[in-house]
Design a protein around this ligand. Structure first.
Ligand SMILES: Nc1ncnc2c1ncn2[C@@H]1O[C@H](COP(=O)(O)OP(=O)(O)OP(=O)(O)O)[C@@H](O)[C@H]1O
Ligand SMILES: [Mg+2]
Length: 444
């Protein structure tokens, strides 16, 4: 059963081989062979293998859903039962139950009927008194699974699969936004069935990197701590070349060498951006009739960078708590680089709290820290977004971070941005406003 949200790209009239929408499996899934092979090997070994329960983590648009779909399709081809749900909003456990019912109706395997939901049987009844005889059909409706808990249902499913020498794969996408109690409950069921009873119920979850300090760090949650974790790496330049060139050629198009190099150099490791650039370049050049040239790629990069800002960076900024946003704002006002103590002073927070915030931002991919603990922004939320969203009064020099185009991105290294930090004896704090600010100093 495929994830309801995901689908293979539709046959399009313009034959554009790129699919820049979330949850779509691309024509060429590049840079994921090693992870894919490792994970699949674990599934084949069975419940004793640590990889039998795995988690795919990555930034937005890094290809988590595409990976899940590929894995689901692969095991389904081998005869496995696939239960595929997403973790968004409450009701995760109900969704799993509903999918089990659907699967048991689809597969019609003996032994699964108890899981398929309400069913009815018809029985002939009659009454006979002397010469009087009347017969009628009585319909009885059974709700066989009403009293069956989720663990029992999953166990029964896994037992039937084991008898058929096959397996069950349970996938949960968007696990980062799942209700924590429900995720814990599900984890405990899977752990019991897979690890204790050694039944073939495999689990693959997918979520954003912040799971490293939410679901995975909860002290009650041993399952998510011990699960095999795969961090999706950024695409390499080689992956980007292959991911652009392959689909273009497959659809009968062509791309000039210099244009391909330019396009690949601006992918910045993001599969989503690769699809955006490829899709627009194909359209602008009117491929496959015309060769894709540098001009088309230039326009495609500019458009892709704007879309990345709207679809990736801005939501990522608004996913953060106030404290985390303040940290990033301080980092920008410090010139995009800063130690914890400088940031603590700028945000008027104690250093211990600042260290904790920095760790979370680092784990979630917003900042990187060097060996001396100096933090710098990654490309996930560029300075331009922070400046705009925080309403900072900083000149936008419109210099792109990756040397690709000038689509609304800024480099602050050329901008004199310093906090005021004047000491205010009455509030025993330094001013958090920018140097040269109007009006009086402020500590918050
Ligand atoms: N390995 C890959 N190679 C090329 N394109 C890819 C690859 N993986 C995913 N894509 C494409 O990138 C885009 C984003 O993929 P996907 O929706 O799977 O990302 P995601 O990590 O699930 O994003 P989100 O965090 O928003 O759910 C889609 O257009 C998809 O077709
Ligand atoms: Mg996804």
């Amino acid at each position: 059963m495929a994830n309801m949200e995901t689908q293979r790209p539709q046959e399009q009239p313009d034959k554009n081989p790129f699919s820049p929408s979330f949850g779509t499996v691309p024509v060429a899934l590049v840079g994921r062979d090693a992870i894919f092979a490792d994970l699949h090997e674990g599934l084949e070994v069975g419940p004793t293998d640590v990889r039998f329960t795995s988690l795919i983590l990555g930034l937005r648009g890094s290809g988590k859903t595409a990976m899940l779909t590929e894995i689901e399709e692969r095991v389904a081809r081998n005869g496995w039962v696939v239960i595929s749900v997403d973790g968004v909003a409450d009701g995760l456990l109900d969704r799993v139950s509903e999918m089990i019912a659907q699967a048991s109706r689809t597969y019609q395997t003996p032994g699964l009927d108890a899981l398929s939901g309400a069913r009815s049987t018809e029985r002939e009844r009659s009454v006979k008194v002397g010469f009087y005889h009347q017969a009628w059909i009585e319909k009885e409706i059974f709700y066989p699974n009403v009293n069956m808990g989720l663990r029992e249902r999953l166990t029964l499913l896994a037992e039937v699969a084991q008898r058929a020498d096959s397996g069950v794969l349970l996938t949960v996408d968007e696990l980062h936004s799942a209700n924590q109690d429900e995720a814990r409950r599900l984890a405990s069921d899977v752990q019991h069935i897979t690890k204790r009873s050694r039944l073939p119920l495999a689990f693959v979850g997918a979520g954003l990197l912040e799971m490293k300090y939410t679901v995975m760090e909860g002290h009650k949650n041993t399952f998510f701590k011990r699960i095999r974790r795969y961090d999706l790496p950024p695409l390499t330049h080689g992956d980007a070349l292959q991911g652009l060139r392959g689909p273009i050629h497959e659809m009968g198009g062509s791309i000039a060498k210099s244009a391909l190099r330019l396009a690949a150099s601006c992918v910045d490791g993001s599969p989503y951006k690769l699809q955006l650039i490829g899709h627009t370049a194909w359209q602008v050049a009117n491929a496959p009739t015309n060769e894709i040239d540098e001009l088309s790629v230039d326009l495609a990069i500019e458009s892709a960078e704007n879309t990345m800002l709207h679809n990736i960076s801005e939501p990522a900024f608004y996913d953060l708590s106030n404290n985390e946003q303040e940290y990033l704002i301080a980092l920008v006002t410090l010139g995009e680089k800063g130690t914890n103590s400088a940031i603590a002073q700028t945000t008027d927070t104690n250093e211990r709290t600042t260290r904790r915030i920095a760790r979370r931002l680092d784990l979630a991919g917003y900042i990187v820290r060097d060996s001396r603990g100096v933090a710098a922004l990654t490309g996930l939320v560029p300075a331009s977004v922070i400046i705009k969203e925080a309403g900072l009064d900083i000149e936008d020099t419109n210099v792109a971070p990756y040397g690709c185009s000038s689509a609304g991105t800024v480099s602050l290294s050329a901008v004199a941005v310093r906090p005021c930090r004047e000491w205010m004896p009455r509030s025993q704090a330094r001013c958090v406003l920018l140097l040269g600010h109007a009006g009086r100093c402020r500590s918050k």
